[in-house]
Write a protein that binds this ligand. Structure first.
Ligand code: SAM
Length: 440
């Protein structure tokens, strides 16, 4: 592909993302699937530029509005080439020459825009915080409260390209073998610093270069997510519930740690995600887990299995603020349902219901990929106040190796401090019998 053809492909993909309500990664995956002829280098260059455009979306839009231009994918790309890649108007005009397969030739207005942007930096002192920090207005105050003086550093870290983390499936192989294999392929793989099962590749690679993904020997999973699953500390032979299992990222990690012994029930209200979870369990060679579709958090199945499990993980639906580094478009989509308050209420209901499944002496882990105290510490405090049968297991006891957490009692991972996605997890123990609840 010529550099100009790569730009045209980036424009096509960026327009597809703009015109589709689905998250950018879903649109991108579908787009790539229908373009199998693209070689890995072209694909890599196109995706890298798309991610830059998504990461700097608000800043680029601010510059366009300032110069009276429409904020659309083509203009954003022009602005990015100038402000982000430092190309001169002459270089950009050479790429936008209107040749076959290349972007249409520049209009006079676009030429004037490039001239006006020449020599500018992508961040301007007059930018409002929402644009300068690429942080939606609704999240600025809660995140400022959460991080204090570190707020801007955390926002900056959320704008960096994430590493590619893999989790090794101990049923099939070892971390040493995976590291040796990846190094043999010329990939700069390193063991993850905190997770004992993780391997980190500092940058995006073509997934086709990772044969273990097809065989289930490795899974793509952020180091933070691996650490949350490890806090469940499920032992071979135990009975475990992953209450919000989704497509099974953490279910797989838990079931593998149990060495295929015992039983894991992966619950969710989303049938398509659970189906994907079942497929991934099969591919990974894990047969100690089943999926269970729930009608809602108070499904009768929960009542029937009251007190029946050693460990329960609630990886609650959340604002996803901790994953903005990986899903840069997510920050500009409002939290689901009625906004943050609706999510917080749903999390509270899910946690209260799932807690019924824990046997006396058993462990309940509440986790989110949110950075907001409302969804994390405050949620746990409200649960403990209403459920005196539960007590916190401090992190130094639950996971002494994770004392770098930003919080003394709970796991609190942040992109700037730990170079992981933002994750929160609280480990709780049931010390008394399940309380009767209204729907019992
Ligand atoms: C953060 S995601 C889970 C990610 C998953 N644990 C993983 O590691 O890949 C939250 C999940 O909660 C599910 N969910 C939403 N409402 C629920 C409810 N009322 N009861 C159970 N699960 C629910 C969603 O369908 C979604 O799959």
């Amino acid at each position: 592909m010529t550099p100009a053809a790569r730009l045209q492909a980036t424009l096509d993909l960026s327009s597809a993302v703009e015109n589709d309500a689905r998250p950018a990664d879903a649109v991108t995956a579908a787009w790539v699937r229908t373009r199998r002829h693209l070689d890995d280098r072209d694909k890599g260059a196109i995706l890298e530029r798309l991610h830059a455009l998504l990461r700097h979306r608000a800043r680029l839009g601010w510059w366009l509005v300032r110069h009276g231009q429409e904020d659309d994918p083509r203009k954003r790309l022009l602005a990015w080439l100038t402000l982000g890649e430092g190309r001169t108007p002459v270089e950009v005009a050479r790429l936008f020459a209107g040749a076959k397969g290349a972007p249409a030739a520049l209009t006079d207005g676009e030429g004037a825009l490039l001239a006006a942007l020449k020599g500018c930096t992508i961040v301007h002192p007059a930018m409002p915080d929402a644009m300068r920090l690429e942080c939606p207005p609704w999240a600025i105050e809660p995140l400022r409260r959460r991080f204090g003086a570190a707020f801007e550093a955390e926002m900056a870290a959320l704008l960096t390209p994430p590493p590619l983390d893999l989790r090794v499936n101990p049923i099939q192989t070892t971390r040493e073998a995976v590291l040796a294999e990846l190094k043999g392929l010329g990939l700069p793989a390193e063991p993850t610093k905190l997770s004992p099962d993780g391997v980190r590749l500092p940058e995006r690679v073509a997934l086709a270069r990772l044969p273990g993904l097809k065989t289930g020997a490795i899974e793509i999973q952020d180091e933070g997510s691996q650490l949350v699953a490890s806090l469940v500390d499920a032992r071979p032979g135990e009975r475990v519930v992953d209450f919000c299992a989704g497509a099974g990222g953490k279910t797989l990690a838990i079931a593998a740690r149990m060495r295929n012994k015992g039983h894991v029930v992966a619950c969710d209200v989303n049938e398509a995600r659970l189906k994907r979870c079942a497929e991934r369990l099969r591919a990974a060679g894990l047969h100690n887990a089943e999926t269970r579709l729930l009608a809602g958090e108070t499904d009768r199945w929960v009542k029937r299995h009251k007190g029946g499990f050693d460990r329960v993980l609630v990886d609650a639906p959340c604002s996803g603020t901790g994953t903005w580094r990986r899903n840069p478009d997510a920050r500009w989509r409002a939290p689901e349902d009625e906004g943050l308050a609706g999510l917080v209420a749903l999390q509270g209901r899910i946690l209260a219901s799932a807690a019924r499944l824990v046997r006396p002496g058993g462990r309940l882990v509440y986790a989110t990929c949110s950075l907001l105290p409302e969804e994390n510490e405050q949620q746990v405090a409200a649960f403990l106040a209403a459920h005196p049968a539960f007590a916190v297991v401090p992190l130094r006891e639950a996971a002494p190796q994770l004392t770098t957490s930003a919080h003394p009692d709970h796991l609190s991972l942040t992109p700037a401090r730990h170079d992981t996605d933002g994750f929160f997890a609280a480990v709780l123990r049931r010390e008394g019998p399940p309380e009767p609840v209204a729907e019992d």
